[in-house]
Ligand binder design. Structure first.
Ligand code: GDP
Ligand code: IMO
Ligand code: MG
Length: 428
């Protein structure tokens, strides 16, 4: 079966959690390959809503093993809380959760630097989640980071914490961080995390590659989305990792030839949390209407998400960057009451019309969207189970997305629940 990569096509929160949970039933492994607890992936089963930040969304299937890969930056406090939370919900992770020994660990100083940097930037802030993601990846690439395996060796951990605190003195001073971190306290706290997480720490690349060799099905669950990608996103208003599908290889330790398919998660409209350009953003009043209809509030920070029309330039860009085989189109039901629906098909930039997503932020900031307007369907869709039963205008909207991107919509999601899903095409 190989590896199926699930990737967000917009600015995150496309509904990856729901689709990964749905598709990974019966899978051998479900693995996160980048990001950290900045992610918030929601799964709804009946009246229960589970939000996962670090543990992959396949964990609800008892037969599926879950991996937090080497590409993830891990806050051990969040991970321990999540394990406890699942336990309280009768989900036992024993023997089926694995944390890469190579994954980098988030410390309290990463969070503080993240938050202080944002404050200092004032008007120029990114609007990060404040989870220490950027500073932890900085340490990783600076080769001063502390990894999961280090938590198991007191001497190594003590040395690395001491070194990090020394190296960071200048940063602390420049950011006006008064808080003095006691190396002794940090060492004890993180040694305790190490003991708690010891049963889960493993060579996860080996585990996954063994599963692939045995023809097992492996899911790689992306966090964030294409436009938050550190290279290809709306830099600097991005996260500090690569959510695009290629990162699944380096973030899990698998060869690119092991990826059999890529499913792109695409919201039927667009949302964004945090700062940065957003050409198809709604006017204030409409923004409020869709935010209420779609319950668009961040699963991690609770911040209101900014909302806008579907942008085909973004979808095409995601297809190009991640090699998407199928889309899962989510939250179609949120558009049920609209009289008409707009779909952005081009941008006017300085008098020129472009049909490809620009790489220059200055161009994006002045881009004026050109829209195709389609009639709404003004009928409820959230109970529909078969594609042919969708209203004609809903099918026309989906067809328009397929035509402009050249990629089929395999799955249509019409509600947060597992059951509210229409399989349009054979995805596997
Ligand atoms: P993720 O970060 O991509 O996993 O997405 P989030 O979980 O942050 O945000 C998606 C939100 O939409 C969650 O509250 C989901 O429960 C919800 N959701 C997912 N699919 C649908 C859908 O088809 N319709 C509606 N109305 N809600 C959905
Ligand atoms: P999921 O996986 C939406 C955004 C933040 C901010 C920027 C940088 O749930 O789709 P960071 O804390 O990563 O340094 O913040 O990225 N961001 C997300 N937006 N969904 C997410 O994850 C996000 N993770 C980070 O709001 O604009
Ligand atoms: Mg989310």
């Amino acid at each position: 079966m190989g590896v199926t990569v699930i990737v967000g096509c917009q600015w995150g929160d496309e509904g990856k959690g729901k689709i990964v949970d749905l598709l990974s039933e019966g899978a051998d492994f479900c693995a996160r390959y980048q990001g950290g607890a900045n992610a918030g992936h929601s799964i709804v089963i009946g009246d229960k809503k589970i939000i996962l930040h670090l543990i992959p969304s396949g964990i609800l299937h008892p037969g599926t093993k879950c991996v937090i890969g080497n590409g993830v930056v891990v806050d051990p406090a969040t991970l321990c809380e999540e394990i406890e939370f699942l336990k309280k919900n009768d989900i036992d992770v024993t023997g089926r959760l694995f944390l890469s020994s190579l994954a980098h660990i988030i410390f309290p100083y990463h969070k503080l630097i993240d938050q202080q940097l944002e404050q200092r930037k004032a008007e120029e802030k990114i609007g990060t989640t404040g989870r220490g993601i950027g500073p932890a990846y900085v340490d990783k690439f600076n080769r001063t980071g502390i990894r999961a395996a280090d938590l198991l060796d007191e001497k190594v951990l003590a040395h690395k914490i001491d070194l990090n605190l020394k190296l960071k003195q200048a940063t602390f001073a420049s950011l006006g961080i008064e808080e003095a971190f006691s190396p002794e306290n940090l060492i004890q706290e993180y040694l305790a995390f190490g003991q708690r997480l010891k049963p889960f720490i493993a060579d996860t690349s080996l585990l996954i590659n063994n599963a692939i060799a045995q023809k097992k099905h492996v899911f790689a669950e992306g966090a964030q989305g294409t436009l938050l990608d550190i290279d290809f996103g709306t830099y600097p208003f991005v996260t500090s990792s690569n959510p695009i599908s290629g990162a699944a290889t380096t973030g899990l330790g698998i060869g690119p030839n092991k990826i059999s398919r890529v499913v792109g998660i695409l919201k039927a409209y667009t949302t964004r949390v945090g700062e940065g350009p957003f050409p198809t953003e709604f006017t204030q009043e409409f923004d409020e209407r869709i935010r209420q209809l779609g319950d668009e509030f961040g699963a991690t920070t609770g911040r209101p998400r900014r909302c806008g029309w579907f942008d085909a330039l973004i979808a095409k860009y995601a297809v190009r960057l991640s090699g998407i085989d199928y889309f899962a189109l989510t939250k179609l039901d949120v558009l049920d009451t609209l009289e008409e629906i707009k779909l952005c098909v081009g941008y006017q930039i300085g008098g020129k019309v472009v049909s490809e997503f620009p790489t220059n932020l200055a161009d994006l900031e002045i881009a004026v969207p050109e829209y195709a307007t389609l009639p709404g369907w003004q009928a409820p869709t959230s109970e529909i189970q078969n594609y042919q039963d969708l209203p004609q205008n809903a099918k026309r909207y989906i067809q328009a997305i397929e035509d402009i991107t050249g990629v089929k919509v395999g799955i249509v999601s019409v509600g947060p629940d597992r059951k509210q899903t229409i399989f349009k095409e054979k995805v596997f």
